[in-house]
Design a binder for this molecule. Sequence first.
Ligand SMILES: NC(=O)c1ccc[n+]([C@@H]2O[C@H](COP(=O)([O-])OP(=O)(O)OC[C@H]3O[C@@H](n4cnc5c(N)ncnc54)[C@H](OP(=O)(O)O)[C@@H]3O)[C@@H](O)[C@H]2O)c1
Length: 275
Amino acid sequence: MEMAPIPSETYKLGFIGAGKMAESIARGVVRSGVLPPSRIRTSHSSPVRRDAFESFGITVLPRNDDVVQDSDVVIFSVKPQVVKDVVLRLKPLLSEKKLLVSIAAGVKLKDMEEWAGQSRFIRIMPNTPSAVGEAASVMSLGGSATEEDGDLIAKLFGSVGKLWRADEKLFDAITGLSGSGPAFIYLAIEALADGGVAAGLPRALALGLASQTVLGAATMVTKTGEHPGKLKDDVASPAGTTIAGIHELEKGGFRGTLMNAVIAAAKRSRELSQS
Ligand SMILES: NC(=O)c1ccc[n+]([C@@H]2O[C@H](COP(=O)([O-])OP(=O)(O)OC[C@H]3O[C@@H](n4cnc5c(N)ncnc54)[C@H](OP(=O)(O)O)[C@@H]3O)[C@@H](O)[C@H]2O)c1
């Protein structure tokens, strides 16, 4: 069946689940100017959550049904444990005129499509740095989602970071890398700062230097397009300080440990999505 295009200049966006992710995505979308707040709506019973959205101009409606009825694109941003129940309740309103999006971790497109009774669906795996506009998100298109639907969602999620497209079968591996990855790097930043303190730096200076160094190194990789191995070689001079540190990292199995962390998180994601 031919899908009626979502009108890109006038469509309305609704969030079912007015939580942390919905708020960071909505804020990013508004900040970037992709959509004005007047075209975004959500619903929540708690005054605190309502205020959080209303403070930047989002319309908060009384019920989930109102959000779906008043939206062309609906993002399901409730927790994975409740998403089935929420989608099933809204099913009568979820026609293929609407583009549906899920960010629920570990919930497969085929299940979402079955519960919604339609397959104009896009699944996205964002990560927490979406709160500061630096998400690493991946999307996969369901059966009836069109290329235009994909472009529209890429523009929305592009406003809170970078977005890639990948086959859904890679989502557990993606969860292991970009979903869990921020926590791995927080650990690395904390450990670098501890090292600085052990070497004599005050804590605040050590933490500032550690986090800015990680940001700087990541930006070098993304902005120069150079292979990280080459960038590492460039800063490791013969018999210098950096190669002495790298030797310690290699003795401690640094690379293998990071690889194992991603593999373990991906495995856990697979287990959770099957349970
Ligand atoms: N946070 C992340 O890093 C991250 C990364 C990738 C994907 N995700 C996915 O994003 C989704 C949202 O995560 P989050 O961190 O934003 O969680 P969250 O802050 O707990 O947001 C979920 C919101 O949904 C509300 N809710 C619960 N039941 C509802 C219902 N029946 N109808 C409407 N709203 C309802 C909750 O309200 P109450 O608090 O009152 O229950 C809460 O405000 C999850 O599926 C998660 O897997 C999150």
